[in-house]
Each structure stands twice: as structure tokens, then as C-alpha cells.
Write a protein that binds this ligand. Structure first.
Ligand code: ZN
Length: 234
């Protein structure tokens, strides 16, 4: 076995560990992301507030209508019972009654508008509540497979870490620092497989003949002249 073989095998384990870490991070991000859920909840809360305000407005209008009508009726009663004396006073009372009645008619129109508004907002509330239920339901459904996948990946990661420890023991200790240095500098890939006996499997550069020859020796470490990675002859 060449000196590079255990390094290549370690590289495979490490790449697998890297993939697992990326997948785990992605799933955890998805699980933590509640943006859609929170937006749907906020929409319900906003429409609920709007509905409360619209209902209050309607109630106020109804109350004011009753008050104005009572004023008009009281005055009318006084007038018919002869409690208001004098032509001038009676005219003034009648004019006040007319003003109250006019105001009541205006208030009734506003009440009708407010009633329609309440109905509209009630419909909107139904829509946003339905949307929230859908979002919650979909989230619930997607969480189960994601959580299962996460558990599986974490278990596999544990196994890979054990495999890595075992693999590290097969490596010539002085080769490890170079391997680790290249891993950190070369996007996690320190060892490149030689393709067709002459091409760097990572940067695709042709390896000079002299290096190709040296690669056949089981005791030396040859690096790619272009990307600097350790070359592995399968
Ligand atoms: Zn290369």
C-alpha cells in the first residue's frame, strides 16, 4: 500500500463528514426558520385588531343614533304635551327636532357602512385563519421527515467520526499536518485522484511525465504542480 492510500481514504471520510455537516446545518436552519408561520400569525392578529376596532366603531354609531333619537322624541313629546309655550320657543324646538332627525339619518347611513365593513373584515379574518391553519399543517407535516433525517444524519456523523479516528491511526504521523493544511486551504479537499494516469482529478491539469513516474513509488508524496493537492494514483 502506498503512503498516500490512507490519506486518500481519510479524505473520503472527511468529505463525507463535510457533506453531513452541511446537510445537518441546512435542516437545522429549516427547522428554526419560522418566518412563514410568524407572518401568518401576524396577519391573523392584525385582522383581529381591525375587526375589534370596526365593531367598536359600529357600536359607537348605534349608541349615538339612539341618543339622538331619544333627544328628538323627548322634545317632540314635550311639544305635543304643550310643555313648550310660545310660538318662537315651539319653532325653535321643532327646528332642533329636525336637526336631531337629520343627524340620526346620517348616523344610520354610517352604521350601514360600518356594518358592511364588519362583514368584510369578518370574511378577511376567515381567510387569514384558514391560511394560518394551512401553514401550521404543512409545517407539522414537513417537520416529521426532517426530524427523522436529522436524527439519521447525526447518527451517521458519529459513526464517521469514529471511522476518522481509526483512519488517522493508519497515516504516517508526519503526513497529517500537510493533509490538514491542504484541507483548510483547498475547500476541504487535500487529496486528488489521478485520472487516466495523468490528469489531476481536481484541477484537471496534465501532470508532467517525471511526476507521473514518481507517483508509482509507494514511499513519496507527490503534489499537483497546479493546485498543490496530494496526488493519489488509484
Ligand atoms: Zn491539481
Amino acid at each position: 500500500m502506498s503512503r498516500v492510500t490512507p490519506l486518500f481514504e481519510l479524505q473520503q471520510v472527511d468529505s463525507n463528514i463535510d457533506r453531513h455537516n452541511i446537510n445537518i446545518a441546512n435542516i437545522e436552519t429549516t427547522l428554526l426558520d419560522k418566518t412563514t408561520l410568524e407572518a401568518a400569525r401576524q396577519a391573523v392578529s392584525d385582522v383581529e385588531t381591525l375587526l375589534r376596532n370596526t365593531r367598536t366603531k359600529l357600536k359607537d354609531l348605534e349608541f349615538e343614533t339612539q341618543t339622538v333619537e331619544k333627544h328628538a322624541s323627548d322634545l317632540e313629546k314635550k311639544l305635543y304635551e304643550g310643555l313648550i309655550k310660545g310660538v318662537k320657543e315651539m319653532k325653535a324646538a321643532q327646528s332642533e327636532i329636525d336637526t336631531f332627525r337629520k343627524r340620526r339619518a346620517e348616523l344610520e347611513d354610517s352604521s350601514v357602512e360600518a356594518m358592511l365593513e364588519v362583514e368584510e373584515v369578518e370574511k378577511s379574518l376567515e381567510v387569514v385563519r384558514q391560511k394560518l391553519a394551512t401553514v401550521e399543517n404543512e409545517r407539522e407535516k414537513s417537520l416529521i421527515p426532517l426530524t427523522q433525517e436529522l436524527t439519521k444524519l447525526k447518527k451517521e456523523l458519529g459513526e464517521l467520526q469514529l471511522a476518522r479516528e481509526k483512519q488517522v491511526r493508519k497515516i504516517t504521523p508526519s503526513d497529517l499536518p500537510l493533509y490538514e493544511k491542504l484541507r483548510s486551504q483547498k475547500q476541504g479537499v487535500a487529496v486528488a485522484e489521478l485520472l487516466m494516469g495523468k490528469i489531476c482529478g481536481k484541477c484537471r491539469v496534465d501532470i508532467p511525465l517525471s511526476k507521473q513516474r514518481d507517483l508509482k513509488s509507494p514511499i513519496v508524496i507527490i503534489t499537483c504542480p497546479s493546485c498543490g493537492r496530494i496526488l493519489y494514483l488509484p
